[in-house]
Write a protein that binds this ligand. Structure first.
Ligand code: FES
Ligand SMILES: [Fe+2]
Length: 428
């Protein structure tokens, strides 16, 4: 398959187009599994999900079943969830705390570090049967940044820190809103699927252009609360390419932020508490950084499939293709580690209200993505246009952030290297 001509990137003319076969072809997806999902660093889970020795979460990352587990020695590991005997899934619960995992097929037993510790009728094997060669296998690479754990199935990939590039600074802003310097995943997760190509959600998660038309019910609701004046814009800010296909939009918006920006939707009773946190952030970080943490929204995409939306609450979202035209999505709410009680309840409300599966935003976004995929089947138009803002300082409602994603996608799919993901003329 010749990938090179599937993206038109003409910086001189300000034109960027993506061929729609990139989003409809099963052959393309097979190649993406090989060249992207088997080689890039992929998010697996957050350290707060494994609070005690033996705590585990079953995960599927890049199409591979995994176990994310804290061993009795307190070390966090990521193991392939397949029995070294004849293949069955060993961990069959989504979450829990376990000293051991027993494969249900022939009852081989592994401890929570992955070591094989029990084999029924072991005497049936030849002398020299080595349990250590039949343990659950760790993934090729595993590392973390400020509590966020990632895996990579390519032994030769570069270090996680280098991979994250400029995204580290944005993750720092997210984590530093915790006065304890640590975030927690709030218990529970949202799972849904969308009948659309996975890359459409990468685009949508950092797309400021669609906010006004698609989320007009939410904006009308904000106007009703007095948080927003009619005609007010939500797109004051900027877009940046962060390297390696990661990108962020940063902007001020009329909704509140549970940590340090009060808005009417939180209720009058929350005002004093939120302002106290703001004052603490200011004394710790100075006015400028405190304001960036407290007042600015961030939609961050870490290539290829992790989104951190630090907006009216902080949402962590990953998505995986299950076909060229379908994906699974998992979303979590994360909060400062010290947050509890009323504060946490306000945050959860804010999260569910906008980004929950029945909230103001998600059903509308899902509809938009479904609609694009159906539109691709209409045929007659070969290319999608992602040129907006190519000849000006990039704004959140422009499309630089998507071009950055597609430039990395193209480099990986064609086996070339890139050192610049911006539009060139306006290095962001
Ligand atoms: S496949 Fe797991 S014990 Fe046989
Ligand atoms: Fe949206």
């Amino acid at each position: 398959m010749n990938i090179a001509p599937l993206i038109l990137d003409d910086r001189a003319r300000g034109v960027f187009r993506v061929h729609r076969s990139t989003m409809t072809s099963e052959d393309m997806l097979a190649l993406e599994r090989e060249r992207i999902f088997s080689r890039a660093w992929l998010y697996v889970g957050h350290e707060s999900e494994l609070a005690e020795p033996g705590a585990y979460r079953r995960r599927s990352v890049g199409g591979r079943p995994l176990v994310f587990v804290r061993g009795a020695d307190s070390v966090i590991r990521v193991l392939h969830n397949t029995c070294p005997h004849r293949g069955a899934i060993v961990c069959r619960q989504d979450a829990g705390v376990a000293k051991t995992f027993q494969c249900f097929y022939h009852a081989w037993t592994f401890d929570n570090r992955g070591q094989l510790v029990g084999v029924p009728d072991e005497a049936a094997y030849a002398p020299g049967f080595d349990r250590s060669e039949r343990s659950l296998q760790p993934v090729a690479r595993h590392d973390s940044y400020r509590g966020f754990h990632f895996v990579c199935f390519d032994r030769d990939a570069g270090a996680l820190g280098d991979y994250l590039a400029g995204a580290r600074e944005i993750l720092d802003l997210v984590v530093d809103q915790s006065l304890d310097g640590r975030m927690q995943v709030v218990s529970g997760e949202q799972r849904y699927s969308i009948r659309a190509n996975w890359k459409l959600l990468a685009e949508n998660s950092i797309d400021g252009y669609h906010a006004a038309p698609v989320h007009r019910t939410y904006l009308a609701y904000l106007q009703g609360t007095g948080a927003m004046r009619p005609g007010e814009t939500v797109v004051t800010g900027r877009a940046r390419a962060l390297g390696n296909g990661h990108a962020v939009i940063e902007y001020r918006a009329p909704w509140g932020r549970p940590v340090a920006r009060w808005a009417p939707t939180f209720g009058e009773v929350a005002r004093g508490e939120i302002e106290a946190i703001r004052a603490e952030l200011r004394s710790r970080y100075g006015d400028e950084r405190a304001e960036r943490i407290a007042d600015w929204n961030r939609n961050l995409l870490i290539f290829p499939n992790l989104v951190v939306n630090d907006i009216m609450a902080v949402t962590l979202r990953t998505f995986s293709p299950i076909g060229a035209a379908e994906m699974d999505v998992t979303a979590w709410e994360i909060a400062p580690g010290e947050e509890s009680g009323e504060r946490l309840a306000r945050r959860l409300h804010s999260f569910l209200e906008f980004l929950g599966p029945g909230g103001f935003a998600t059903p509308d976004d899902v509809e938009a993505l479904d609609s694009c995929q159906i539109g691709f089947a209409a045929d007659g138009v070969e290319w999608s246009d992602i040129s907006r803002g190519m000849a000006r300082e990039p704004r959140p409602d422009d499309e630089l952030q998507m071009r950055s994603f597609w430039r990395e996608w193209h480099a990986r799919m064609t086996g070339t290297r890139r050192s610049d993901w911006s539009d060139g003329r306006f290095a962001a």
